[in-house]
Design a binder for this molecule. Sequence first.
Ligand code: SAH
Length: 217
Amino acid sequence: MIHESFKEKGQRQQLVNSLANEKGITDKNVLDAINTVPRHLFMLKGLEHFAYIDKAYQIGSGQTISQPYTVAFQTQLLEIKKGDKVLEIGTGSGYQTAILIEVGAKVFTIERQKDLYTKTKSFLPKLGYNPQMFFGDGYAGKPTYGPYDKILITAGAPEIPEALIEQLKPGGCIVVPLGVDSQIMTRATKQPDGSLLTETFGNFAFVPMLKGTANDL
Ligand code: SAH
């Protein structure tokens, strides 16, 4: 059972209106998903009232829940079709994961921070979201369940990891913020010959995609 008041529904609708009218998000399925997922439940205690402000917030372990605009923009770039198999790198709070499920994806998601993985693994099913969740290093992907129709990286990556390109279906795309200090949103589509066709979509700011796994706070 999702707990929310008319106030939260109203704030969420306002956020969706601003994403559509001021920030250029056009995909109706993406806007509907943002309007459905209760972002306030993904926030740390005490920060819930900021949930429908278009900003990133701390979620613990030095990580952040991405800004709604960024989540909407990346989801829109993926052009999800119902039933698409999507590999997400960087589960974090699970907010982006829930949005992917709402637009019809079958989601496989990897998180390298043990505490976030554990928390989100028990939290998402309570809202009725049941992705396959893994603790591990997203640089290696998850070959067992691949290949994937789409891959999404939700952390700033220095380059597109080779293993992820291998796990992408021909015709599929990977959406990744590329760069170390700041990132350029990039969509790379795998061609039939295995090469990548790359498009760029402007500057964004992400926490870094790190190697290995971490058990610390
Ligand atoms: N999309 C999520 C989290 C965004 S922050 C949300 O909106 O809540 C990026 C996340 O990527 C962090 O949780 C971070 O721990 C994770 N991450 C960074 N490098 C990773 C890697 N190599 N493998 C898996 N997860 C990684």
